[in-house]
Design a protein around this ligand. Structure first.
Ligand code: 5GP
Ligand code: ZN
Length: 137
């Protein structure tokens, strides 16, 4: 993808604050961090989002997210960590190149991830669970 910013960053065409690199991934700092140490895990190959990546790449990417989260805790950047991954515009994905956010959190830091609770009846909950259960099992 010649016009993809994350392809260019992941493959070193555009310089970045790189925290880790191997044959398949580059880990960088987010340019607009929610907190200091907000990190992005980028595969070097272009995939739009989670619907396009292989199972093995997802596994490797999340293992790197875990490793990064542990480092952020150990180094004192975080007291807790959000691991987030947006897929599609409706879900807030703004860069169409699969990536995982690792966001360091401190108690009462004011960063908001969760919105208001959506009211769903018990009956509706049951219907939703049954529909998804059928697809997953
Ligand atoms: P999304 O909303 O797609 O899940 O997240 C995209 C993230 O990429 C945002 O948090 C945004 O700040 C970050 N970002 C966008 N452009 C750049 C860039 O050129 N360099 C870096 N380091 N991060 C970027
Ligand atoms: Zn790309």
């Amino acid at each position: 993808m010649s016009d993809c910013i994350f392809c260019k960053i992941a493959n070193g065409e555009i310089p970045s604050n790189t925290l880790y690199e191997d044959n398949d991934f580059r880990i960088i700092l987010d340019i607009s961090p929610a907190n200091p140490g907000h990190t992005l895990i980028l595969p070097k190959k272009h995939f739009e989002n989670v619907f396009d990546v292989s199972d093995s790449l997802v596994k490797d990417a999340f293992l790197l997210a875990k490793k990064t989260a542990c480092a952020l805790m150990d180094l004192g950047f975080a007291e807790g960590v959000n691991i987030l991954q947006n897929n599609g515009e409706a879900a807030g994905q703004t860069v169409g190149h699969f990536h995982i956010h690792v966001i360091p959190r401190k108690k009462d830091d004011g960063v908001t991830i969760k919105s208001e609770v959506f009211e769903v009846s018990e009956e509706e909950m049951g219907r939703i669970a049954k529909t998804i259960f059928k697809a997953l099992n």
